[in-house]
Ligand binder design. Structure first.
Ligand code: HEC
Length: 194
């Protein structure tokens, strides 16, 4: 009996036909695997849950013009703050892992949500990094721009950001802003864009 069954399965029905016959089952299994991987496998940590629990002011303590602040939000916030807006594909493995890795790495280098936790030297160093990276167009990450065209900066915007980093560094070096939250010009514009 078993012999006859296996004969029918593997002997007579050609592979293509068998695949077609079981297409639905294969599809369901694949979808389940992807779903399980997406939900439970996070090789770069629970990057997404952090963003839900934090509600901090971005770049708190800096003196920043609303125009520049908006650029930073538009272009950098998704990777460099805990206010990340997660697109649908960022929930689907294995793409989700690539996105989570970028966000984790981005935040670990420069996190706008935790600006007030950096000391003066860190801030100065990150500011000069921002100036360099924006001017040589290595930030925002070029691959990110493929899917987020609105994050692209034009020359005028690059210059605005650069001038801000210079002014802010100068301010910090002259001693201002060294005590946390000294006289921050808190920018309240468009904090609720996502
Ligand atoms: C797609 C995610 C992404 C976006 C968007 C993005 N970054 Fe980054 N950023 C990263 C990653 C990942 C790193 C760490 C790897 C590296 O240094 O290249 C990084 C590193 C940096 C660093 C280096 C910090 C250090 O330690 O010196 C600076 C500065 C920086 N980014 C600034 C910016 C600015 C400014 C913007 C917006 C104009 C921006 N980034 C947009 C992902 C991103």
């Amino acid at each position: 009996m078993l012999f006859i069954l296996t004969q029918r399965w593997f002997g007579q029905i050609p592979l293509e036909k068998r695949l077609r016959k079981h297409f639905k089952t294969i599809l369901v299994v694949l979808i389940l695997l992807v779903a399980i991987a997406s939900l439970f496998i996070h090789p770069f940590g629970n990057v997404k849950t952090v963003s839900r629990s934090s509600n901090r002011q971005l770049l708190s303590g800096t003196q920043i013009d609303p125009a520049v602040f908006n650029i930073m939000q538009r272009s950098c916030q998704n990777c460099h703050s805990e206010e990340t807006a997660w697109p649908w594909y960022s929930y689907i493995a294995p793409v989700s892992w690539l996105v989570e890795q970028d966000v984790r790495d981005g935040r670990s280098h420069f996190n706008m949500s935790r600006w007030s936790e950096y000391n003066r030297d860190d801030r100065i160093q990150i500011l000069s990094g921002i100036g360099t990276r924006v001017r040589n167009k290595s930030m925002p990450l070029p691959k990110y721009l493929l899917l987020h065209r609105d994050a692209k900066l034009n020359d005028a915007e690059i210059d605005l950001v650069y001038q801000w980093t210079r002014a802010e560094r100068k301010r910090l070096k002259s001693g201002a802003g060294s005590t946390q939250q000294s006289a921050p010009r808190q920018v309240k514009t468009s904090l609720a864009t996502n």
